[in-house]
Design a protein around this ligand. Structure first.
Ligand code: SF4
Length: 241
């Protein structure tokens, strides 16, 4: 296995980005396999847990890019590198190939690993995990991710909010880094088990969204953007949409 081999859980699309700063934008997803976190409400456990390793593929940058091109019909599109934690993967070769062909790149990661290729991205979403995830935050590592991205990459924070403690955490992140745009996203309850794709309780999700909007407005937190998970409202918890 070569040093630039990428562990891939799935490649799918085109679809529209359902979250964050580029919400609604057409994109092809490359979901990598493996993660250094174990969030209790993770909705991508098939790209995280070792028992799914048998489903993951070890691919060269050229093989991944060929699939991306095939899905996009050869037309340049935004490529979203997701996971798992894509920052664990050697993605510079794929990014170089794509950029030569006019493709743009976005990454979403929790902000624990800061590879040099962050500076070659168009968009970086750092999504440090709030208390409801059961995970902690290493602020020094998050800082290194911001530094690795530098000025040339459009970098934002996205924090998932289920409850008051998560909201307080998001405010803490925003207070630490006031120059970085903050997106809040309503939390979606985890699917009940592997392979289970239940319909989400849309009424409950929208109720939580309303609660979050009212909280932000009551606090006068006017710099923030509050979003639902668009793809969950459209397609539920289905994979690869
Ligand atoms: S960081 Fe993301 S992919 Fe990893 S366990 Fe948490 S929610 Fe899942």
């Amino acid at each position: 296995m070569s040093r630039d081999t990428i562990t891939v859980s799935e490649v799918f699309g085109p679809t529209v980005q359902g979250e964050g700063a580029v919400i609604g934008k057409p994109t092809v997803f490359v979901r990598t396999g493996g993660c250094d976190y174990r969030c209790v409400w993770c909705d991508s456990k098939y790209a995280v847990l070792p028992e799914y390793r048998g489903e993951w593929r070890r691919m060269s940058p050229g093989e991944v890019f060929w699939e991306v091109q095939d899905l996009s019909g050869g037309r340049p599109i935004l490529v979203t590198l997701s996971g798992g934690n894509p920052a664990l993967q050697p993605l510079s070769g794929l990014i170089d190939l794509g950029r030569e062909g006019g493709y743009t790149f976005a990454v979403e990661t929790q902000g624990t690993v800061a590879p040099g290729w962050f500076r070659d991205l168009d968009y970086l979403t750092l999504s440090p995990k709030p208390p409801s995830s059961g995970m902690g935050t290493d602020w020094a590592k998050l800082e290194r991710c911001l530094e690795a991205a530098g000025e040339g990459t459009s970098t934002v924070f996205k924090v998932v909010v289920f409850d008051d403690a998560d909201y307080g955490y998001a405010r803490e992140v925003a207070a630490r880094y006031p120059g970085v745009p903050m997106y809040l996203q309503v939390g979606n309850d985890e699917p009940p088990g592997p392979g289970v794709e239940p319909e989400p309780d849309v009424g409950r999700l929208l109720g939580r969204y309303e609660w979050l909007v009212e909280k932000v407005l009551a606090d006068g937190w006017n710099e923030v953007t509050v979003l639902p998970q668009l793809h969950v409202l459209l397609w539920g918890n289905k994979r690869a949409v």
